[in-house]
Design a binder for this molecule. Structure first.
Ligand SMILES: NC(=O)c1ccc[n+]([C@@H]2O[C@H](COP(=O)([O-])OP(=O)(O)OC[C@H]3O[C@@H](n4cnc5c(N)ncnc54)[C@H](OP(=O)(O)O)[C@@H]3O)[C@@H](O)[C@H]2O)c1
Length: 271
């Protein structure tokens, strides 16, 4: 099929992996609805195939208006997300809910709106951007971890639910990638990050390491290339890792006992 006739919706497309994915897709000639709360961030991209659209994935009205307006959707890339950094002891109700509202309920809301179209079309591809932290826990990242473990569960369940309608569902589990994530999309709990917090030592050891690992992470093209491959390859695996850290830790997690794996992570991060 002519790519211009294939329509892709990408959430969280205003920066990082989302933006790189949009660039790769329009280059291939797909019609791309690039959704975010800041669509003006894409106005610098010159392409007849690009349609920047406003969508807040926490707002059901914003989702239904945008998706209603689009018409056919062949591929959905659920990419929008952010990370909460907080201990369980310190987290607020709002912080906890907001993390799931974007990373989990947001994906489910967009799927709920897009699936009827794909089902009627008799085909579709849904790609969830999860994380290697969707399979591996880290202290201070409990809520982000839980949200990404949930994305893995959503992927597994939807694969059964949608198979008979010829809708494929995949997840990509990136390691650390150099995006705006650490610069503007890590939300920190004020109590946890206080100098006199009971967790101050853990915070001072782990948080700067994670931030620098993200900022020095892999280049986002690896993810956008994988997305292109998933779209074209009907035999693509259910999930795949991207980036060095994911490729290092996910196979190790499979091979070792939980306790041995934990020892390796403790030694690696000096925990
Ligand atoms: N960078 C990494 O190391 C890494 C590793 C593993 C997984 N990931 C995952 O990759 C995805 C993309 O992140 P990225 O690294 O490319 O980061 P990014 O550059 O910060 O982009 C995040 C995108 O998500 C959207 N977003 C953030 N918070 C949102 C909220 N509260 N409500 C709605 N949309 C929101 C933003 O769009 P607007 O604010 O404009 O709406 C933005 O375009 C995320 O799901 C993230 O969890 C990242």
């Amino acid at each position: 099929m002519n790519n211009a006739k294939r329509t892709v919706l990408v959430t969280g497309s205003s920066s990082g992996m989302g933006r790189t994915t949009v660039l790769a897709l329009v280059k291939k000639g797909f019609t791309v609805y690039a959704a975010s709360r800041t669509p003006e961030n894409l106005f610098d991209i010159q392409s007849e195939h690009l349609r920047p659209v406003y969508m807040d994935i926490t707002d059901i009205q914003s989702i239904s208006e945008t998706i209603g307006f689009i018409g056919q959707i062949d591929v959905l890339v659920n990419n929008a997300g952010y990370g909460l950094v907080s201990t369980v002891e310190d987290v607020t109700e709002k912080e906890m809910f907001d993390q799931f509202n974007v990373n989990v309920f947001g994906i489910l809301r967009v799927c709920k709106a897009v699936i009827p179209k794909m089902r009627k079309q008799g085909s579709g591809v849904i790609i969830n951007i999860s994380s290697f932290l969707g399979k591996i826990g880290l202290p201070l990242f409990t809520f982000y971890n839980a949200s990404k473990y949930a994305v893995e569960g959503i992927t597994d369940s939807l694969r059964y639910e949608l198979k008979d309608f010829n809708i494929r569902v995949h997840s990509i589990m990136p390691g650390f990638f150099d995006t705006n994530f650490a610069r503007s999309n890590l939300v920190t709990n004020t109590k946890t990050f206080k100098e006199d917090s009971a967790y101050a030592e853990m915070v001072s050891t782990l948080a700067p390491t994670i931030v620098s690992q993200i900022n020095e992470g892999n280049s986002t093209e690896e993810v956008s290339e994988m997305i292109l491959e998933i779209i074209e390859n009907v035999d693509f695996p259910a999930r795949k890792t991207a980036g060095d850290k994911a490729k290092k830790f996910i196979p190790m997690k499979k091979e070792l006992s939980d306790e041995d794996f934990e020892r390796r992570v403790r030694a690696y991060y000096d925990l």
